[in-house]
Write a protein that binds this ligand. Structure first.
Ligand code: ATP
Ligand code: TZE
Ligand code: MG
Length: 238
């Protein structure tokens, strides 16, 4: 929750971390986008997540799902599948999570991925077609698809995997980007992944290891300007 909220603040967005079902009717209509993250899921949170997602759909606003460790337990997988049924605008996971959600058999080793993003490309396309969501798979190359078109975002550094919840943070950043451009969710998703990964590259130039990268990534995101972005961004069609 810390790195997610601070990533959003550094990017100029305004985070609010909400769990209680009692607050959904008052709070959700004020949000321009919703990010649902099942990382530390407990049973009482599931109705709040579903209710918030349903309200966003009713209001015609975007919502984004991070299916953390989706295949690691039946409880998580069922909760994630129920949330996919509420039509997320975007689903962003690592390779193992997208493969699990797409019902292709796979082995899970916890919240980290045992699969590269390219291993999950076909799973991502079929999940996008079945759900109607944009599906993004993070990894050395981030892939984003609507089920037909596939784009790849090539920025980032491997050390980002050594900071917990960089994936969660970039999912929240995707929600912020989709809020600004709701009619282009694929482009907004690829852009958010690129921006976050370029901040990682700039941060890595100053970092000594994961803890200082975490700090420098957030500082670099805060200070990122158009010139640095345009000189580094690498998004291609696949
Ligand atoms: N090998 C890599 N090279 C470059 N960038 C990477 C690499 N691996 C991950 N990233 C970037 O790190 C960020 C987190 O992606 P990752 O796939 O590790 O998410 P995740 O497994 O869901 O992480 P978490 O569960 O800790 O939140 C993404 O922005 C991704 O682009
Ligand atoms: C380590 C961890 N456990 C539950 S959520 C989370 C953050 C990375 O997804
Ligand atoms: Mg994750």
């Amino acid at each position: 929750m810390d790195i997610v909220a601070n990533t959003l603040l550094a990017a100029g967005a305004s985070p609010a971390m909400i769990h209680s079902l009692a607050e959904i009717p008052d709070f959700t209509p004020q949000a321009q986008a919703l990010c649902v993250n099942v990382g530390t899921l407990s049973p009482s949170w599931v109705p709040a997540m579903k209710s918030a997602a349903e309200l966003m759909v009713k209001l015609g606003k975007p919502w984004v799902l991070d299916p953390v460790a989706a295949g690691a337990s039946g409880f998580r997988l069922n909760a994630c599948l129920a949330l996919v049924g509420v039509k997320p605008t975007v689903i962003r996971g690592n390779g193992s999570e997208i493969i699990a959600l797409s019902s292709v058999s796979c082995s899970i080793k916890g919240v980290d991925s045992a699969h590269g993003s390219m291993d999950a490309l076909e799973a991502a396309k079929s999940l996008a077609r079945a759900s109607g969501s944009i599906v993004a798979v993070s990894g050395a190359v981030d892939v984003v698809t609507d089920g037909n078109r596939v784009v790849a975002a090539h920025n980032g550094v491997p050390m980002m995997q050594k900071i917990t919840a960089t994936g969660c943070a970039v999912t929240a950043l995707i929600a912020a980007f989709v809020a600004l451009d709701p009619s282009h969710p694929l482009e907004a998703t690829a852009s958010a992944l690129s921006v976050f990964c370029i901040a990682g590259e700039l941060g890595m130039d100053l970092a000594k290891g994961p803890a200082s990268l975490r700090m420098h990534l957030i500082d670099s995101l805060y200070g990122l300007d158009e010139a640095a972005l345009l000189s580094r961004v690498r998004i291609t069609d696949l």
